[in-house]
Design a protein around this ligand. Sequence first.
Ligand code: SF4
Length: 572
Amino acid sequence: MDFLLISPPVANIGQATAALSVLTAHLRSRGWDAHQWDLGIEAFHYFHSVDHLRHCQSIVEQQAADAELRAAAARVVAEIDEAKDALRCSGVERQPDRMSWAFATLRDAGILLTAASRGSHEHDFRHFAIPRALASFEQLDHDIADRDCNPFVAYFEDHALPRLEKQRPRAVGLSISYASQLVPALSLARLIRQHLADTPIVLGGAYLTALGDQVATMPPAVASADAIILHDGEQAIDAWLDAVLKEQGELQAIANLYLVADGEYRRVHRGPFRQTDLDELVSPMWIADGLNLDQYLVPRYAIGLPLSRGCYWGRCVYCNISSQTVGSYRCRSVPKAIADIQAVIAETGSRWFDLPVDSFRPKDLRNLAVGICDAGLAIEWGAEVLFDKGFKDEVIADLARSGCRSLRFGLESGSPATLRAMNKLSRPPVARRILRACKAHGISTAVMFIAGFPSETRAALQETVDFLVDNRASIDQLTVHPYSLVPGSAMARDPGSYGIFLQPPQAVMLPNLPYGNTNPGGVPSGDIPRMIEVLRDALRDHFPDLGTLWSAAIGGWMTFPACCARSGAKDD
Ligand code: SF4
């Protein structure tokens, strides 16, 4: 085996990150014996097994925990397998009570895991954190190897190292897509360095890319890798493997590569980051020698086929999507997209496609829809798109004809003033028309909005609430996101222009920057969580599912199944 690409815990239990399947297939097409491994889903099942939870229960009992916790522990141990099975059961997406019970059991399992750690870490099915691990790089250096506070040290020793020692990949990649993967990934990298000292390691992934410049501040002693790759990884990993395994090519010529030099990670290339032409890629590899789709907790596996990258608006001042994707929007040509879909059906049997894209131009999506219809493909699909006036009624009708069941939109605000301040191109009347057209054509809609944008006044927030309530009949799922200042956004680069100022960071490697707000009438950043609670309470009469896991527009892995259920689609 030349290369093993690993997705470490804690990641999405409903879907493997698409980057694994795209990169592995690409490297194989380049002649490498490459394999993928979603270690995250395996770790989930280990920590959420009856045996492990029973062990946690015995610790809690020894602690003489309160009666409520002991009762929850007993219930979790008794019901965890049934809860996991329930979420994999066809039709559960049409049974909100059953989903509620199953997710409550998973949530309680997390309470038990955390309680049994005696406060040393927080761990549930979608989150892992050691409370002070990110306080400094010194602390992080300690915690990634400390088996007292970090359960993944023992887990990797027992479950990851034996496989790595047996398979002996010539190089290993760790893909970090979520914040919850950071500490476990660094723990695993350290163990690989200790036990397979000659194995080159490369780190990459969307989370590291989103952190941008902060990555270069990571001491190499903390991030035990030979290289870090940010942004698109296809050409960079291929060229890095050439250099480290074949001694061919120049590392310095790899545009998206960081190497250790003089005790720190430094970008080796002076030119722009390189982006992948999506039409140069082969179809992703969803199963072969890698993923087991039956492990995921969904009634049917929705294939995360990434048919576009980047955002063609790319100008909202709070967003760093564009800086994560090296700027420009690209999409795969229709013939190749159709071939991808056919390959998925042949390989996996799944006809569900949840496209993990940041945006999709209306004309590109319509062309894809027409291609799907012309090819006679009976599929159901969903995607995240913009409130772009190009989504005219006839476009939406074509999308519906091709099997579109759900569209997710970032409304962000119902206030024209706030939208202008965000430099967001969408406008409420256009959003209203698109939402109604979707409903008219049987497409479920998921809407996200941001609360606490620095210049947003109470009156502006009320405009958003009014918009949502007025359009309740056209919105199936609603998610509220607290405003956060993200590295790489225009607001982070020039905070003074937006009436905010940066505060000294209290931690390292965080996806949100602390800030103060000087906008008249704007919400102080520390008040946003409380404001969100009030907002949720106010909206819950109109949107009873608000805050439930399947109602989340992004990251809610039941969103797509639930949308298919709402649209009346039947199981195969
Ligand atoms: S917020 Fe959405 S529309 Fe705006 S730049 Fe980011 S991805 Fe594009």
